[in-house]
Design a protein around this ligand. Structure first.
Ligand code: ATP
Length: 502
């Protein structure tokens, strides 16, 4: 009926305009008021693309379902985070029981941790577990330069969550806001802070408006890498009062994630996922997924049906350092890179035997060559000796270059930065000759202490490598010929020549 009235109206309007034109009426005077009225109508009815249309993703397993297919079993590691999150979700699952006990509904859960650790997966799994409608948006989608638009979008997403749940006959909805720090940063801190503040205020109002009596329970799940930036009002009890830390996975977590992502990939018998988990300290779930994917691509490129350990080893380097480049180095530059890497490798094997996983002079991204070390286990604390050993490994590349070519090069820039950070860590942990220091240590004293620590280690490394110069030359010659050596090949070569590093 509505449609019919509209069509008749439009037809009659056009007929009148035609009649007026034929009779010579001048329309130009109506143009401005008409366009303003039209624009106003569009804004009010929410039809302008840029001002009020707000794409929210409802992600589902099937065509028209809004419940994601991901379950908590698809998330590797994160046992603690999963446990805490599941406990929080029992409020949604058992809302009747909890409301009988007079427990107020849980309104917000904040997932915090580094990128790619599975925060989005967790939110999706939560929706699946609680059979809730899932709506996802990113903090940046709420922030606009026009005052009031962000706040309107916040209202819209809450409304959409409730209406979608009602339409799908679900009793709960999860609103996932990624990068919540963009919208929930401390108030008064932003340049265009009126708009940011209004948006955040609206979010707080909407969260406060969540009631247990409402037929659709809404839970807001926020994710951030920077919880320190959030306005304290967001974190106060009754709002995001559960904060779940989603950290980088430890070794068993990495193994679990690798197994999940390897489930659909044919691996050859020589692949040891446990060894890969050991070698990938610091990798997030996203890195591990990408590593297996890259390894599979490499098998496909070679026309093989199975992914082997070489594919995985190459994929680790690719995920860490990027794609191989076909830079052609001058002969002397290539030799310099080889001696530099051999310096690192020899010191690494000396301070921690069997620590070298591979050495290569094939360049990737910014790196002209590199050695990859095998961490034995995840380490959270370092002693003074361990930090000094790590500094020795860092400086050994430049020292090896100096011994062979008489001069160092800019190739050591990254190593110096790393050595400096290690020395700085020593100073502030009270492990330097300065003893315990305050965090307000004057920069010139800090600088002096760092230089002294590094200089002492450089001296020791120089003496050591000078005594092993034949070993350095032999390994570098081998590396220049082969381009890449595994840690095993390096150790076999050392043993066959009966070279002792000690
Ligand atoms: P960001 O902070 O950058 O938004 P995030 O923490 O939300 O990242 P996700 O989007 O959940 O990370 O993860 C990205 C991808 O990485 C996933 O689709 C999945 O393939 C993989 N992944 C990350 N963490 C895990 C995990 N714990 N278990 C299995 N896969 C994971």
């Amino acid at each position: 009926m509505d449609k019919w009235i509209k069509e008749v109206g439009i037809g009659a309007g056009l007929a009148l305009v035609l009649l007026a034109l034929v009779s010579g009426v001048d329309f130009s005077v109506f143009l401005l008021p008409l366009s303003l009225a039209g624009l106003g109508f569009l804004v009010i009815s929410g039809r302008t693309g840029s001002l009020s249309k707000f794409p929210v993703n409802s992600i589902g397993s099937g065509e028209d379902s809004t419940i994601p297919a991901i379950t908590f079993n698809d998330i590797g590691g994160q046992d603690m985070a999963k446990r805490e999150f599941l406990e929080a979700l029992s409020f949604l699952k058992e809302s009747v029981k909890t409301s009988k006990l007079g427990i107020r509904p849980l309104k917000g859960v904040l997932l915090t941790g580094p990128p790619g650790t599975g925060k989005t997966l967790m939110a999706k799994a939560a929706a699946n577990y609680t059979n809730s409608v899932f709506l996802a948006a990113s903090g940046s989608q709420f922030v606009q330069m026009y005052a009031g638009v962000g706040a309107n979008r916040v209202r819209q997403i809450f409304k959409q969550a409730r209406t979608t749940a009602e339409r799908e006959k679900k009793s709960s909805a999860i609103i996932f806001i990624d990068e919540i720090d963009v919208l929930g940063a401390k108030r008064g801190k932003n340049a265009s802070h009126m708009e940011y503040d209004q948006t955040l205020n609206e979010l707080l109002t909407q969260i406060d408006g969540i009631r247990s009596e409402h037929p659709v329970q809404v839970l807001v799940v926020g994710a951030t890498n920077r919880s320190d930036l959030l306005d304290p009002a967001l974190l106060r009890p009754g709002r995001f009062d559960r904060v779940v830390q989603v950290d980088l996975p430890d070794k068993s977590g990495r193994l679990h994630i690798l197994k999940i992502h390897a489930a659909n990939k044919p691996l050859s018998a020589d692949v040891d996922l446990e060894a890969i988990a050991s070698e990938t300290t610091g990798f997030s779930g996203a890195h591990l997924e990408s590593l297996l994917n890259e390894a599979a691509i490499s098998a496909l490129r070679d026309g093989r049906d199975l992914i082997n350990s070489h594919d995985l080893s190459e994929a680790i380097a690719k995920v860490m350092l990027g794609e191989k480049t076909n830079r052609s180095l001058q002969r002397e530059e290539r030799e310099r890179v080889a001696y530099h890497e051999v310096g690192h490798a020899i010191l690494s094997e000396t301070v921690r035997p069997s620590s070298v996983a591979s050495i290569t002079i094939a360049s990737r991204n910014q790196a002209l060559g590199y050695i990859r070390q095998n961490p034995q286990h995840d380490q959270y604390l370092y002693t003074k000796d361990q930090l000094l050993d790590a500094i020795k490994v860092c400086v050994a590349g430049a020292i090896s270059e100096e011994l062979i070519f008489g001069q160092r090069s800019t190739g050591a820039t990254g190593d110096i930065e790393q050595a400096t950070n290690l020395a700085k860590r020593m100073v502030f942990a009270g492990l330097s000759p300065l003893g315990i220091v305050s965090t307000e240590l004057p920069s010139d004293i800090l600088h002096k202490a760092i230089v002294q620590i590094i200089a002492e280690e450089e001296k020791k490394v120089e003496e050591f490598l000078r005594g092993k110069i034949d070993v350095v030359r032999e390994i570098a010659t081998h590396l220049l010929k082969e381009e890449t050596m595994t840690g095993e090949e390096l150790r076999t070569l050392l043993e066959s020549r009966e070279y002792s590093l000690l």
